[in-house]
Design a protein around this ligand. Structure first.
Ligand SMILES: [Zn+2]
Ligand SMILES: [Zn+2]
Length: 355
């Protein structure tokens, strides 16, 4: 005998999941009394007794919201009030410099993944450019990246770090909110970053790091250059970063799958020159330590071009490539193909390192 509709818990849960995925997950796991079993640690994120990766709340972050909307409004004002080619060129040049050399190479591939080594002063310069993107300071960036990575490595992942919400909701969550776990894991920063006074300074005043650049732009090109070169650039970089993260965890093509995980990385072809190689996110999930993200033939990777140039000048060394570290558990090669949904687990071939 089928129960009446109002008693069918599965239907209620499906309805709730549709409207508010996070609430469903909280309902499902609110009763778990202590440590979720077999949580997987990463280098910097360590589970403790009682750590739970599923119980958390998405909270509005007022400062983050004011920051992104404020720069958005100022940036759009810049475009409307000063529709000038010179200001547009300043925007393009500074976006390329800060997102490619700063965010992709300095913050992501160097500071977070240590995928190559360089002189300390060059490292500071690249990471400082990354701070000028306007997302967070060096330690904030490591924490955000590693917490998301830790979540995505567990057998279950909440909707926020999985980018599982719809486009609009995910934009709201990622750009204006933060995800607070009730029982978070311990975040342990390596000494070389934790004890570094330059990084501590960048971290404390990350939101002011654009000030010298802003003064220079004002002296050279007035308010037009400031609005295009600072506010519009920060707004476009933040929105672009969220968008590629959203798409690259939902659909695209994959050459490798990490089996057993609920969140997969996907490649987003044709966006190499805008994201400077960060669009090859499926490859990044497969080989997180690799300095090269566009690892297969025809995959353009401007961030890696910069690292190769530094290497050829003797300014970068120990540049890591796929195969230089042991495979992630569960990593398998799949045929190149477009995928939708969270994983393509079919069409398995033996892992082939000849790429
Ligand atoms: Zn990812
Ligand atoms: Zn990464």
């Amino acid at each position: 005998m089928t129960p009446p509709y109002f008693m069918d818990l599965q239907k209620w849960e499906a309805l709730l999941r549709e409207w508010y995925p996070q609430a469903t997950l909280q309902l499902m796991y609110a009763e778990k009394p202590s440590n979720m079993p077999d949580l997987c640690d990463t280098e910097r994120v360590i589970s403790e007794l009682g750590t739970c990766n599923m119980r958390g709340t998405v909270r509005v972050d007022v400062w983050k919201t004011l920051w992104v909307i404020g720069h958005g409004v100022l940036g759009i004002m810049g475009v409307l009030l000063f529709p000038q080619w010179d200001a547009a060129m300043v925007f393009l040049a500074l976006t390329t410099l800060t997102v490619c050399a700063g965010h992709s190479v300095g913050m992501h591939r160097l500071l977070i993944h240590r995928s190559f080594e360089t002189h300390r002063m060059i490292e500071y310069m690249l990471v400082w450019l990354g701070t000028c993107v306007g997302m967070a300071g060096p330690i904030g960036m490591i924490r955000t990246h590693d917490m998301r990575d830790w979540h995505q490595r567990q057998r279950m992942c909440p909707a926020h770090p999985a980018h599982r919400a719809s486009l609009v909701r995910d934009a709201w969550w990622q750009l204006c909110c933060r995800y607070d776990l009730v029982h978070p894991p311990r975040f342990v920063l390596e000494q070389r970053v934790d004890q570094d006074r330059i990084y501590a300074w960048m971290e404390r005043l990350w939101w002011l790091q654009n000030l010298p650049l802003g003064l220079l732009l004002f002296a050279l090109g007035g308010w037009a250059w400031v609005l295009w070169g600072i506010s519009l650039r920060i707004f476009v970089s933040l929105v672009g970063h969220w968008w590629i993260g959203h798409v690259a965890h939902r659909r695209g093509h994959q050459s490798w799958v990490v089996t057993g995980l609920p969140v997969q990385g996907f490649n987003v072809p044709r966006w190499s020159l805008v994201t400077f190689g960060e669009n090859w996110h499926g490859n990044h999930h497969a080989f997180p330590y690799s300095a090269r993200l566009g690892v297969e033939k025809g995959q353009l990777d401007p961030g890696f071009w910069l690292i190769s140039t530094l290497q050829s000048l003797g300014l970068a060394w120990n540049v890591k490539m796929p195969g230089d570290e042991p495979d992630r558990p569960g990593l398998i090669r799949v045929e190149n193909r477009a995928c939708t949904g969270r994983a393509c687990t079919g069409m398995v071939q033996p892992h082939d390192k000849h790429i």
